[in-house]
Design a binder for this molecule. Structure first.
Ligand code: ADP
Ligand code: F6P
Length: 354
């Protein structure tokens, strides 16, 4: 089994609240076992450029509560090229980086697979506000991001009530409606518009007119970013014109990605960070740390990436090859479970929020 003297840690793709807590946990868990830790700055770009430096216990002090990522992040197309990969491996050899903990989303995990295949063992930690890694019930940053959304929507509700307005609020999530659906429920929104389910605008307009006639002053409609950039503004305009209810469109955008991580994200990040180090030192590679029904476990990155395709109905030829019957059943169960959960939440949102 490979012996580890030094590991690297990096953050890649979109940042997420709780990344710092995970970096801190990785660093301290490794140091506690006598393993040195190298910070790799700006994700895979820093690995290519050799932008690395040792991390000490004290370097990660006062970070557990901070949003963003102290290692910075970057999108790095060069890493997908043969040339970029060679430079990244050269950095690992030059600085004796024996393994890497990579924090990010599915793109980051694809990069981690490429490195693992080239002999640099990698463990991924899911950090994305989108919560679009189906293999884990929760990704680091998701819970904080949803709380940020409802804080902002509560403020919009105050002014909406004063002026008897409707606020159409677009929230991030890439092509996943997870943030939009849960925050619509939690903010008492009249509707959640998400890519997972067809949406009937006429029915919404009728419902709003009826409610207005019965005295409802303010309305909130949450639209997922995955509906496309023009959808929210066009819906706001339609509501305004066709119902006579004065309507504003608000895009929360990157506000949702910032801010201090909440308790849940800090605890999960700490647990996942320490577990990732243990997995790496035990000889595991090309895995992602997941939370399922409150338990932290490791799954192969390929399992996680193909499970996402099953959930999104985007399977490609040959995707299911190489998996055992048990793994295939597990993937189908998890995907079906997530679909059922989304369906249930969607029905509740429509039933309870008027
Ligand atoms: P996220 O990790 O949040 O999904 P991205 O999709 O932007 O964010 O991916 C982060 C980085 O991971 C990319 O900038 C790139 O360096 C690397 N990456 C993404 N896809 C691949 C891939 N197919 N092969 C190798 N590296 C990849
Ligand atoms: O994946 C996180 C995320 O914030 C998505 O919700 C959003 O679509 C995307 O990243 C925005 O990316 P960027 O920060 O490059 O604008």
């Amino acid at each position: 089994m490979k012996t580890f003297r030094r590991i690297g840690v990096l953050t890649s793709g979109g940042d997420a609240p709780g990344m710092n807590a995970a970096i801190r946990a990785v660093t301290r868990a490794a140091l506690s076992k006598g393993i040195e830790v190298m910070a790799i700055y700006r994700g895979y770009q820093g690995l290519i450029d050799g932008d690395v430096a040792p991390l000490s216990l004290r370097d990660v002090s006062n970070t557990i509560n901070k949003g963003g990522t102290m290692l910075y992040s970057a999108r790095c197309p060069e890493f997908k090229t043969e040339e970029g990969m060679k430079k990244a491996i050269a950095t690992c050899e030059k600085y004796h980086i024996d393994g890497i903990v990579a924090l990010g989303g599915d793109g980051t995990f694809r990069g981690a697979t490429d490195l693992s295949m080239r002999g640099i063992p990698c463990v991924g930690i899911p950090c994305t506000i989108d919560n679009d890694i189906t293999a884990t019930d929760n990704a680091i940053g998701y819970d904080t991001a949803m709380n940020t959304v409802i804080d902002n929507v509560d403020k919009l509700r105050d002014t909406g009530e004063s002026h008897a307005r409707c606020n159409v609020v677009e929230v991030m999530g890439r092509d996943a409606g997870d943030i939009a659906l849960s925050t619509a429920i939690a903010s008492g929104a009249t509707a959640a518009v998400i890519p997972e389910f067809p949406f009937d605008q006429d029915a919404l307009l009728n419902k709003m007119q009826l409610s207005r006639a019965l005295g409802k002053r303010n309305f909130i409609v949450i639209v997922s970013e995955g509906m496309g950039a023009d959808y929210g503004p066009a819906l706001a305009e339609r509501i305004d014109k066709e119902t006579g209810i004065e309507t504003r469109f608000i895009r929360l955008a990157h506000i949702v990605r910032g801010g201090n991580p909440n308790l849940r994200d800090r605890v999960m990040a700490t647990e996942m960070g320490a577990f990732a180090v243990d997995c790496l030192l035990e000889g595991h590679s090309n895995i992602v740390i997941c939370e399922r029904h409150g338990r932290i476990k490791a799954k192969d990155i390929r399992f996680a990436l193909i499970l996402d395709r099953i959930y999104k109905n985007r399977l490609k030829e040959g995707d299911l090859e190489g998996f055992s019957q048990e793994e295939l059943e597990e993937m189908h169960d998890v995907a079906a479970g997530k679909r059922a959960r989304m369906q249930k939440l969607y029905e509740i949102e429509n039933r309870v929020n008027i």
